[in-house]
Design a protein around this ligand. Sequence first.
Ligand code: SF4
Length: 97
Amino acid sequence: MATHSACKQAPGAFAPVIDRNRCEGKADCVRVCPVGVFRVETLAPAQREGLSLRGRLKGWAHRWQQAQAVNAGACEACGLCVLACPEKAITLARTTP
Ligand code: SF4
């Protein structure tokens, strides 16, 4: 997993993975991502399924606003979103073998 800007990769080689039980839609990732990967949106009902009790309570408390990686293919794995998220909700995962 890349965690620093020195680890920059070709766009799309990695993608952010957002932990739905942790994200509170605070949008720090939206602000720090240099390539516009994120947007904060209302979590779709299908994405609410499988949340833990704590995740459901958090979701309700934050009006179901969560980050979505709407432009994940642009991710360069700089790691800024991982560092910026106050809920530690973001990790990076390789998309190619
Ligand atoms: S790792 Fe960097 S480029 Fe990729 S989503 Fe996070 S902030 Fe954006």
